[in-house]
Design a protein around this ligand. Sequence first.
Ligand SMILES: Nc1ncnc2c1ncn2[C@@H]1O[C@H](COP(=O)(O)OP(=O)(O)OP(=O)(O)O)[C@@H](O)[C@H]1O
Ligand SMILES: [Mg+2]
Length: 270
Amino acid sequence: MQVQINNLFYAYPGGINALNGISFSIEPGEQVAIVGQNGAGKTTLARHLNGLLQPTSGQLTIGGWDTRSVSVAKLASRVGYVFQNPDEQLFCKTVGVEVAFGPKNLHYSPQRIDELVSEALALTELTEKRDINPYDLSPTGRKMVALASIISMDTPIVIFDEPTTGQDAASVARIASVIAHLRKHGKTVITITHDIDFCAENFERVIALSQGQVLLDGSANEVLGQQEILARTYVDPPQLTRLGIRLGIPGTIRSQVEFLAAYRTLTSKD
Ligand SMILES: Nc1ncnc2c1ncn2[C@@H]1O[C@H](COP(=O)(O)OP(=O)(O)OP(=O)(O)O)[C@@H](O)[C@H]1O
Ligand SMILES: [Mg+2]
């Protein structure tokens, strides 16, 4: 299911121009990270993708549906949106009921709902927490419930808004494995993130936004190596890339494995 954005402008009531002519498309099954400084327009753009906001001008289509002409409820069958703050998303009394809410609303069969809920709970390591109130869980636990309750909807497109903020290393690894699972199942994943190391390790395409415009759009290797242009939106390349640059290693280093291989090659030349 293709996402197509064509010359999208959005001004908030009151006059702030948050998006200023955004165009790009995302192919089915692509996994894209959207990065940029505070106020760059990332969340505003994400809220257009699930129809919570409508373009002031320009066009956005999801699998051929113009978001202006379909309801938010209908769009929910195609786009799942994991909120940055789980407390804005969760409202049910137990984890199990919360995770079943989305697929029930999409009128899936009871059997499919059971399967999807069990799978989402297993993936987020919440199977044992089914009968617990989400508000009795830790912030990490609530984040996992927020993820599970969107994954269970089985939408072709999933959006994560700042998934790793405030999460410890174990939880970040679990979020990465959820994204890998979605990739394996051919889902389109769009992730808004400040966490450039997480972006480097998990995404093949990166779009950098600045002041409501696309500053860079390309493969992670291309985009994350552009230190000077990224600096315009106050984004530093990943730590390992910067270390590589300081050591004189060419290219964009995105993971520890890549770093070790490049470092071995470098030192074996000495
Ligand atoms: N509800 C709102 N009303 C008016 N202006 C808003 C509103 N929400 C955001 N803005 C403004 O729109 C612009 C884009 O904001 P947005 O929240 O989309 O940025 P962001 O890239 O998600 O930032 P952050 O990294 O801080 O989450 C900013 O100038 C912001 O102040
Ligand atoms: Mg935001």
